[in-house]
Design a protein around this ligand. Structure first.
Ligand code: PFF
Length: 523
């Protein structure tokens, strides 16, 4: 067996990896994306497909990734090319499918980081006078000014946002430079409890709102919660709602993209994955449906009403979080404090996710090229810094949407499908079942043997098919994109193809290098 010159990092404790995986999962997706998806897809109508997707996709994929990651770590492979190759040695091409497991997280990273930095900026402005802005058009102008989309009374240029981006970027690199145990684990051990503390305070505040406007008795807390929780079975027939719900499950749990594979590769052979994986998923769901569901939606409902929430959700992915929420918080006494709690919570949620998105690329350099962690982080830092720039400067030109579409949607479903099939059909379900239960603290219910083998892959293939038909093709042919945006979208795609090709070439080089070394050893 090959041996790296540099010793691979490990997790310091079991709680450490659970909090790190939960930290990756709990992110902007829980507090910004989930409310938009839920509100935009009819509230209660969304929640049934959401929970079904959790049981049939999210939890199985969590177990699959923990198990495959730990398995790959045993061969000193922390990323999908090496892990897939270890499962299917005879297939020369499978490692290139694994490239998606580095490419996808990197693509998400390059736009996620910019959005994460807005939350740092808004935490600052919460204390420095954001709440002097009291109406929706002005708050929208504040956001657009901050994003550099227009020059207005609030901002003349992008510099303030750029400074917050730079600080966010540096903070991420500092954590990554300290590695798994000394960086990511410590970060998550500290931030996760603080995040929950902030979330609980905000949720309690919102839950004590009652009926703030007596002239509109229907706009009350009960109805606000009911908006999310009153089930609507008619939506089960809508493919669009299913796509949105299953996509949200994959995104929020950070599964189906290679990140958990990398985290789990730092486990030891006898470490439990069943209970730990389930715990991490449960922490994420608590943060999403309880905290995420108790803050923004009911708060927006009681102040803006049901019609307006849906309209806002449809206006854009960020309006609920960066426009509506500050307006709601501005109505509270101590608004700057609550504002700071809200955006601070988002920032903590964001940073524990962005470091996880960076780790596969770093682990790839460390494991496959035997480069030290410090150097790997340096290389990653320089490359990713440049890659982040188009998302910042051409946000208004559809670049972020494009990156989110390929990285945060398409790659997620595609990679999830590939790894599930590899696990259940190539690795083989009997062997897989044994591997899952190595060192396990609880047994997976037997029905999951059937689910993982048949239901999860079928479900994923169906989503993939529908998705390509309904959304993929129109987007591919730039339907609905304005003429002004088309060149930017085109160049983003060229860039993505270039990035994928570069990673594939690196895989090829790494494998050649290894083959040569092994030959040398034999001589
Ligand atoms: N789960 C994160 C969120 O909800 O914001 C986003 C994310 C992180 C997606 C890591 C994918 C991933 F691999």
């Amino acid at each position: 067996m090959r041996q790296l010159k540099h010793k691979r990092d490990t997790w310091g404790s079991r709680l450490g990896i659970i909090l790190a995986v939960a930290g990756s999962a709990v992110g902007l997706g829980n507090f910004l994306r989930f409310p938009v998806q839920a509100a935009g897809n009819g509230g209660g109508a969304f929640m049934i497909p959401y929970f079904i997707s959790l049981l049939l996709l999210g939890i199985p994929l969590m177990w699959i990734e923990w198990t495959l990651g730990r398995f790959g770590g045993g061969f000193e492979h922390g990323t999908a090319p090496g892990i897939f190759h270890s499962i299917w040695k005879k297939n020369r091409f499978i490692k290139y499918f694994g490239v998606i497991g580095i490419f996808g997280p990197l693509v998400i990273f390059i736009y996620y980081l910019f959005i994460e930095s807005w939350t740092l900026g808004y935490s600052f402005y919460s204390v420095k006078g954001l709440f002097a802005v009291v109406d929706q058009p002005s708050m929208q102008a504040f956001l657009k000014g901050y994003q550099g989309l227009e020059s207005n009374a609030f901002f003349h240029d992008l510099w303030p946002a750029y400074i917050f981006f730079f600080i966010t970027f540096v903070l991420n690199m500092i954590v990554l430079r300290h590695g798994i145990k000394g960086g990511i684990e410590i970060l998550c051990n500290i931030t996760m409890p603080v995040l929950f503390f902030f979330g609980i305070i905000l949720a309690i505040r919102v839950l004590s709102l009652g009926t703030p406007d007596p002239a509109r008795p229907d706009w009350n807390l009960n109805n606000g919660l009911g908006f999310l929780w009153n089930p609507d079975f008619s939506a089960l027939k809508s493919a669009k709602v299913w796509l949105a719900a299953s996509g949200q499950i994959l995104f929020t749990l950070s599964v189906g993209i290679g990140v958990i594979l990398t985290y789990a590769s730092y486990l030891k052979k006898g470490d439990d994955v069943v209970l730990s994986g389930l715990t991490a998923a449960s922490v994420n769901e608590a943060a999403e449906v309880i905290l995420g569901g108790c803050i923004i939606i009911p708060a927006a409902f009681v102040f803006f009403g049901p019609g307006e929430i849906q309209a806002i959700a449809k206006q854009g992915a960020f309006d609920l979080g960066f426009v509506t929420m500050p307006l709601v918080l501005g109505k509270f006494p101590l608004a700057p404090v609550f504002g700071f709690l809200w955006f601070g919570l988002l920032f903590l949620a964001g940073i524990t996710s962005s470091v996880s998105l960076a780790q596969p690329a770093i682990a790839f350099l460390e494991d496959e090229f035997d480069i030290t962690r410090q150097r790997s982080v340096k290389i990653f830092g320089v490359v990713s810094f440049f890659l982040c720039q188009p998302a910042i400067f051409f946000l208004g030109r559809g670049v972020v949407n494009e990156l989110d579409f390929w990285g945060g949607t398409f790659c997620l479903v595609l990679f999830a499908t590939i790894e599930t099939i590899l696990f259940a059909w190539v690795f083989g379900m009997d062997r897989a079942w044994e591997e899952i239960h190595h060192g396990a603290d609880m047994r997976v219910p037997k029905i999951y043997k059937f689910i993982i083998k048949f239901i999860t892959p079928l479900f994923l293939l169906t989503i993939l098919g529908f998705w390509i038909y309904q959304e993929g093709l129109p987007v591919l042919f730039l339907k609905g994109a304005s003429d002004a945006d088309k060149p930017y979208i085109f160049w983003t795609r060229i860039g993505l193809i270039g990035l994928f090709t570069a990673l594939a070439v690196l895989v090829k080089i790494a494998w050649r290098r290894r083959a040569r070394e092994e030959e040398k050893k034999l001589l």
